[in-house]
Design a protein around this ligand. Structure first.
Ligand SMILES: Cc1ncc(COP(=O)(O)O)c(C=O)c1O
Length: 450
């Protein structure tokens, strides 16, 4: 009987390993998605399969069933379990380097609040600079305004060309901006002879790993090493899109701080992100913006209790891992297939419209920028939004549109669609988008006229 049982188990584990999730099972996992919509915008809000939502519900019920028991016996140990999984996935050195927070915006606030205090207490001087990419996420730029500019820091934006032809375009512009940041500035009054020259310092560089709009994979490892060579004090990588979308390795990248959402490309529910903080004196100054009982116990522990609230999104990381392991190659297999398919679909669209991709495929992850036909007449951000709304309301296609800038000539591309690919997408979704645009062109639609 024992043998039989053992054989049964062996058979089961073999079968589990060999049989990957089927198309029908994928459909069932995402049956809560609106079937009328070709959802080409995973990049914005991500997705969460039914099995992970069910696991989340179990955590919520466990809490509500006996909150005191949950608080004293379950919460911290299971948050630690989630953090340990992330630590392994991203190749951090120690689990204490990984905190779980609500989202990339919270992680950004934690890092920039620390920079703000450094300006206030004189560790950073007035006029010292923070470097950020021009294509950084809008909310991150607002956070720089709130935490850095108000504290007396200067903000230097690194201009990036788009479309891009190679990583060198990014590296060259970044180097130039670092030089400008370091260049001498003049203070005091030249007329009455009190002019003084000070050498500026770049205290912090905020670098995207995968920019949002336009979406481009940034050569982050190279940019971090430029920062190290040039004596930039701190490097924070905003990698809101990265985990599950591109390669993420903390020791290889070498940043001080790094954040990625888990609800975008890692199948967690809204909302959860990890914040990596390399163990150093810098990380000791990090604090959660919501102060509670754990204040002063390190950012990872502070983040594990930011007051009474629902922690279930942070507790389902093991369930998300179970989900991705049903696919061949796990999360790595998923991201590679997503990349291959989205590039293939991007090429299909640019061929249909006689346009081009916004950057070479190796600078894209699971999102690709697809040039839209110039005759759509997109000549402002509001035109781009109009087209997006039209595609949603009239054609059941959800896709964000990026306005690049005014036309160089009447045949040049002024706007790009950012198409995403996730496991639930079907090839038909992309053909639906192609046909919708073709229909608009046939109807003589132009964004400006409508
Ligand atoms: C590059 C980038 N940074 C930060 C964020 C903010 O993420 P969240 O809204 O989850 O905080 C986003 C969201 O899309 C993003 O794309």
């Amino acid at each position: 009987m024992a043998d039989q049982h053992q054989n049964g188990d062996t058979h089961l584990s073999k079968r589990t390993k060999l049989s990957y999730i089927t198309d029908e099972e994928i459909e069932a996992e995402f049956s809560h998605h609106d079937p009328e919509v070709a959802r080409l915008n995973n990049g914005a809000f991500g997705c969460c399969p039914a099995s992970v939502l069910a696991a989340q519900r179990q955590w919520q019920l466990k809490n509500l069933r006996q909150p005191d028991h949950f608080y004293f016996n379950d919460l911290k140990s299971n948050l630690l379990r989630s953090r340990s999984i992330i630590k392994e996935l991203v190749n951090a050195e120690h689990v204490d380097e990984i905190s779980l927070v609500d989202n990339a915006s919270t992680a950004t606030a934690i890092v920039l609040q620390q920079a703000s205090w450094a300006f206030h207490d004189g560790t950073f001087g007035k006029g010292d600079a923070v470097l950020v990419l021009h294509h950084a996420y809008g909310a991150v730029k607002k956070a720089l305004e709130a935490y850095v500019a108000r504290a007396g820091g200067a903000i230097i934006e690194v201009p990036l060309p788009f479309p891009l032809t190679s990583e060198n375009d990014v590296v060259r512009e970044f180097r130039k901006a670092v030089e400008i940041g370091k260049s001498e500035s003049q203070g005091g009054d030249e007329e009455n002879g009190t002019a003084n020259r000070t050498r500026n310092r770049i205290r912090l560089a905020v670098i995207d790993h995968v920019t949002s709009m336009p979406s481009v994979v940034i050569p982050v490892k190279e940019l971090v090493s430029i920062c190290r060579e040039e004596g930039v004090d701190q490097v924070f990588v905003d990698a809101a899109h990265a985990i599950g979308c591109t390669r993420v390795d903390m020791q290889e990248i070498g940043a001080d701080f790094y954040t990625s959402n888990l609800h975008k490309w890692f199948f967690c529910p809204p909302s959860v992100a990890f914040l990596y903080a390399r163990r150093s004196s810098k990380s000791r100054d990090l604090h959660h913006p919501v102060v509670s009982h754990e204040y002063g116990n390190g950012i990872a522990v502070e983040s594990s209790w930011a007051g009474n609230r629902d922690y279930s999104a942070q507790l389902v990381v093991p369930a998300a891992v179970d989900f991705v392991n049903r696919f061949e190659g796990g999360i790595e297999g998923i991201r590679k297939r997503n990349h291959d398919v989205v590039v293939e679909m991007g090429n299909m669209l640019v061929e249909a419209w006689g346009t081009h991709l916004g950057c070479p495929p190796h600078m894209s992850a699971s999102m690709v920028m697809v040039g839209l036909p110039p005759s759509l007449g997109i000549s402002s951000d509001s035109d781009a939004l109009k087209l997006r709304t039209r595609l949603r309301d009239h054609f059941g296609v959800e896709v964000p549109i990026f306005f690049r800038g005014p036309a160089d000539d009447h045949r040049s591309v002024t706007a790009y669609a950012r198409i995403s690919r996730q496991v639930y997408n079907k090839v038909a979704d992309y053909y639906k988008f192609r046909d919708a645009v073709n229909q608009l062109l046939q109807d003589g639609f132009t964004s400006t006229a409508s």
